[in-house]
Ligand binder design. Structure first.
Ligand SMILES: Cc1ncc(COP(=O)(O)O)c(C=O)c1O
Length: 381
């Protein structure tokens, strides 16, 4: 089966991991800070905090922003559940802003309307978690303008988007947000097997996230000279640490990040050319946004001879491992039990009915690509 996404591991990656295995530190050594510094430099952010998943990064990002039981957090219904769950971990309530069906990112007009209504009802969110769907940045300047007007914090869930750009600046530079989060799961752009990272330009947020990642325990303190064993817990943290093996893999992968993005763009362009005459549309670019193309998502149009579910099954039967990103979060049973209902976010639901993610990764071969195009053409003509 051709997967919808997969990692590229080369000898250089293996050597980097083996070198760490033969070294003194397989966790809490020099590789993690090196990886953090390399990502901070790539993204032009002041701070980078590496953790064991994007889910953990989202959790500590929310906690660093003091999100708690009395707070409301808004996000997109078209994302992985982690984008909303992180607020629930903090005891906050979640609400969603419907998407723009053409970009699959949150709709700025809906956001503006919802904020105006929320202000009237005294129900403004403390934070908005925007999701750069498939690697395409949201319109961050417009969102930041609304954040200034209505006083909420912004977390960019850029799990899909490392290597992408907004206004020609790397995503992760936090020019229009408080914190940006990346995922390094194997289907993402670069991988550490499991892993995630938060960037920020705010040193207080960075210090707090570093503490939260490791039990809330600080070893750099005034007692250190007299009592070198001394450590102090100042808040309730977790063990969300990335290992040295993972950081070494990430550092090695980072060297090929731009090459990965170029290959993904080339593939996206090939798809757009080859599918132009089929009853399909795809994510519309927005000005200023350079996608990382984590996913290549098509939408079936009404003139298609079969529906998405049929196409999904037929492609799988032809060994093409398509996938669906995403089932709207508010329609998950856990969220329905909290009071969300079908029909709450119509654009997200309409998008979900017709979306399909085609295989997209740097090592997809020309023969595999031809098989995908030939099969789609046969099924949709
Ligand atoms: C948009 C988004 N946010 C968060 C996550 C969670 O990432 P991780 O698996 O690294 O915890 C994912 C993973 O699929 C995702 O796609």
């Amino acid at each position: 089966m051709i997967p919808y996404g997969r990692q590229q591991i080369v000898q250089q990656d293996i050597d980097a991991v083996v070198e760490v295995l033969n070294s003194d530190f397989i966790t809490q050594g020099p590789q993690v800070p090196k990886f953090e510094q390399a990502i901070a430099e790539y993204c032009q952010a002041d701070h980078a905090i590496a953790v064991n998943s994007a889910t953990s990064a989202l959790h500590i990002a929310c906690l660093a922003l003091d999100i708690g039981a009395k707070d409301l957090v808004w996000t997109s219904p078209i994302s992985f559940v982690a984008s909303a769950n992180c607020a629930l971990y903090c005891g906050a309530r979640v609400d969603f802003v419907d998407i723009n069906i053409d970009t699959a990112n949150i709709c700025i007009e809906q956001l503006a309307r919802k904020l105006a209504a929320a202000k009237q009802q005294n129900k403004l969110p403390k934070a908005l978690i925007v999701v750069h769907m498939a690697g395409l940045s949201c319109d961050m300047q417009a969102i930041a303008k609304l954040a200034q007007q209505y006083h909420f914090s912004i977390i960019e869930d850029a799990s899909h988007a490392i290597g992408g750009k907004y206004q020609a600046q790397p995503i992760g530079g936090c020019i229009y947000s408080d914190i940006t989060v990346f995922s390094f799961h194997p289907v993402k752009i670069i991988t550490t097997a499991e892993g995630g990272l938060a960037t920020t330009n705010d040193h207080e947020l960075a210090d707090k996230m570093r503490l939260l990642r490791s039990h809330g325990v600080n070893r750099d303190n005034k007692h250190h000279q007299q009592q070198p064993w001394y450590y102090e817990q100042t808040l309730l943290g977790f063990n969300y640490r990335l290992t040295e093996l993972q950081a070494a893999l990430g550092l090695s992968q980072l060297q090929r990040l731009d090459e990965f993005i170029n290959k993904r763009h080339a593939l996206a362009n090939q798809y757009k050319l080859a599918l132009a005459n089929l009853p399909l549309t795809w994510q519309q670019d927005i000005p200023d946004s350079y996608s990382s193309y984590h996913l290549f998502i098509v939408q079936l149009t009404e003139s298609a001879p079969i529906n998405r579910d049929q196409l999904f099954r037929l492609l799988r039967a032809h060994d093409i491992g398509v996938n669906v990103h995403y089932i709207p979060i508010h329609s998950q049973p856990y969220y329905q039990a909290m009071g969300f209902n079908p029909g709450d976010y119509p654009a997200a639901e309409q998008y979900y009915q017709a979306c399909l993610s085609l295989p997209m990764y740097p090592d997809l071969t020309p023969a595999q690509f031809q098989h995908i195009i030939a099969t789609l053409t046969q099924l949709l003509s």
